[in-house]
Design a protein around this ligand. Structure first.
Ligand code: HEC
Ligand code: HEC
Length: 308
């Protein structure tokens, strides 16, 4: 807080308290000018007269009590501008304390889960309930509440992995993050080239495309794309280059979306969670993410978004 604001607030607070004291003392006195023999102020409404008497004592003391309470509060707690109060309390310190307390309660639980292996955990119902909550709080903004993804954010419930679906690779994706970069190739290919290579990508997915374009695209693909997506177009998980043959798309599978991926390139960043959630929570989340695709594969009892 700037010191001008600090003074501004302090002066308003103190002035208000002084004003209250003055008001009470003022109402306590009889107003001599208005003193009348019948003890009234002389005001009368339909026969009701107003007595000219001070406030009742108990009421005054109650009022003084609240003022004293206010002063004690101001000494102990924040209220006078930049002065933090003798107790040093703040919403932040309270929040930190509560977080610390909660952390101390749940840490042993996560530590216990961290000793279990991913697949064992993935079938552990209670652990997966905790995993679902962690996912909802930390991952759902990008990957969707059910982990089903949305344009630009991969679906975590299917069997198509950009960076690999083995427990170790999924763990790596979450712990350290991932950064996939598809370079823009519009200039290198020209508009005709983009069209041809898109036709070839259609062909890889058994979709209809004009024969000549597919043939023209085939050569371009092996020159420009195969280094990352593989000769057969099945992708390369070491660099996050997705499989282009299974008709599963992060950025959409329409002709426009595919052409745009090729022309303008794409970039994606998965933020590493090591410093955000810590190793134990990441361990549990890895098992949870694995459980999402196990559910679809085994057609198991519980659907991933069962209770939403
Ligand atoms: C800010 C958005 C964002 C958040 C939050 C986020 N992710 Fe991601 N995640 C991404 C993006 C984007 C990718 C794709 C990265 C790439 O392809 O290079 C990704 C990729 C992944 C992958 C790899 C998928 C694959 O196909 O190989 C996993 C696993 C994953 N995220 C899990 C999680 C988990 C678990 C959380 C919660 C702790 C999480 N993500 C939070 C954006 C996010
Ligand atoms: C330098 C490596 C590299 C080259 C070369 C490359 N790609 Fe990619 N491509 C990637 C990566 C990595 C991604 C994922 C980008 C992301 O996660 O944002 C990707 C994404 C894509 C996508 C989007 C996939 C989806 O799921 O929506 C398409 C389509 C694509 N590439 C086609 C091509 C074609 C066609 C070529 C050749 C003209 C090509 N790429 C060349 C690395 C490459």
């Amino acid at each position: 807080m700037s010191s001008a604001w600090s003074w501004y607030i302090s002066i308003i607070v103190v002035a208000n308290i002084l004003a209250c004291v003055w008001l009470i003392r003022w109402t306590q006195k009889k107003r001599p000018g208005e003193a009348r023999p019948d003890e009234t102020t002389g005001h009368s409404w339909d026969g009701l007269t107003e007595l000219n008497q001070p406030m009742p004592r108990w009421w005054l003391w109650l009022f003084y009590g609240t003022i004293v309470w206010g002063l004690i509060y101001l000494v102990l707690y924040p209220g006078l501008g930049a002065f933090p109060g003798l107790l040093g309390w703040s919403q932040y310190s309270q929040y930190d304390e509560e977080v610390e307390q909660m952390e101390a309660e749940v840490a042993p639980l996560f530590a216990r889960y961290a000793e279990m292996d991913f697949l064992e955990l993935a079938r552990h119902e209670e652990a997966m309930q905790t995993g679902r909550r962690l996912f909802a709080n930390n991952c759902a903004v990008c990957h969707g509440t059910d982990g089903g993804g949305r344009p630009g954010f991969p679906d975590l419930t299917d069997d198509d992995w950009k960076w690999g679906g083995d427990p170790e690779q999924v763990h790596h994706s979450i712990l350290e993050g991932r950064q996939g970069i598809m370079p823009p190739l519009g200039d290198a290919l020209g508009e005709d080239g983009v069209e041809a290579v898109t036709a070839y990508v259609f062909h890889l997915n058994d979709r209809d495309a004009p024969e000549e374009l597919v043939e023209a695209g085939r050569g371009l693909f092996s020159q420009q794309c195969a280094a990352c997506h593989g000769q057969d177009g099945k992708g390369n998980q070491a660099m996050g280059a997705p499989n282009l043959t299974n008709d599963t798309w992060v950025y959409g599978g329409s002709r426009e979306a595919i052409e745009r991926s090729i022309r303008e390139g794409r970039e994606a960043e998965m933020p590493g969670q090591e410093n955000i959630l810590g190793a134990d929570r990441v361990h549990l989340l890895t098992a949870y993410v694995l459980s999402l695709s196990m559910d679809t594969r085994d057609n198991g009892a519980e659907a991933p978004d069962g209770d939403e």
